[in-house]
Ligand binder design. Structure first.
Ligand code: ADP
Ligand code: TMP
Ligand code: MG
Ligand code: ZN
Length: 192
């Protein structure tokens, strides 16, 4: 039987990694053989861990080329978990397609939009392939509502590939994002 692809997406701090790890727990409880992957670029925390902003973490294999996923799986592998899909090249689409065709369940988490509201192409393609999509929201750092669908960059320049956390990014709702862009409010009023 073919595997299923679940894609978890949304802005920073929306709980994508936490949700990914909750699926890891389900497969672990069921004593299934699984493999976790993260991009080498994501050096925020330990190289060999997928870590959520809350601090929870699991061991993971850090890779650069999506094709190297095949070096780490075998006939016993029941599921593959991939965090930070936005940082992988678009070949991840074909790799994931092959994995689900082989009968392996795949769970991917990643940003849908950059802070400039440009879609990340690799996440976009995975969303198109997905059997299920979980779209998460964060708490808006400005108004405090659980309606943040966007990430606003508060410092650190214009690069759309720029690893970081609270020192340069906040999650905001669209109204607060637009007020920040227009200069009507300042990111220093962020509550989280
Ligand atoms: P993501 O992978 O989507 O960035 P994580 O799963 O790593 O999210 O982190 C989610 C955790 O981040 C929450 O459980 C909470 O503890 C923390 N957090 C920090 N800022 C926010 C925010 N603005 N909204 C929601 N949770 C936040
Ligand atoms: P997170 O979704 O797990 O919080 O991680 C998102 C990572 O992506 C984090 O390292 C910051 C980075 N990032 C970019 O490189 N470009 C962007 O436009 C945004 C919003 C985040
Ligand atoms: Mg994350
Ligand atoms: Zn808001």
């Amino acid at each position: 039987m073919a595997g299923k692809l679940t894609v978890i997406t949304g802005p920073m701090y929306s709980g994508k990694t936490t949700e990914l790890l909750s699926f890891v727990e389900i497969y672990t409880l069921g004593r299934k053989n699984i493999k976790m992957f993260k991009p080498i670029i994501d050096t925020r925390y330990s190289m060999e861990k997928i870590k959520a902003h809350s601090g929870i973490e699991v061991d993971a294999i850090a890779i650069n080329d999506p094709n190297s996923i095949f070096d780490h799986i075998d006939d016993s592998t029941k599921a593959v978990f991939i965090d930070e899909s936005q940082f992988f090249n678009e070949n991840l689409f074909f790799v994931v397609k092959e994995l689900i065709d082989k009968g392996i369940d795949v769970f991917c988490a990643g940003l849908d939009l950059s802070f400039k509201q440009n879609p990340f192409p690799t996440t976009m393609k995975l969303l198109a392939l997905a059997d299920s999509v979980i779209k998460k929201k964060a708490v808006c750092s400005i108004c405090g509502e659980h309606n943040a669908t966007l990430t606003f960059k508060t410092s650190g320049g214009e690069s759309e590939i720029d690893v970081g956390g609270k020192e340069k990014y906040i999650a905001v709702c669209r109204d607060c994002f637009n007020k920040l862009l227009r200069g009507e409010i300042d990111a220093s009023s962020a509550i989280i």
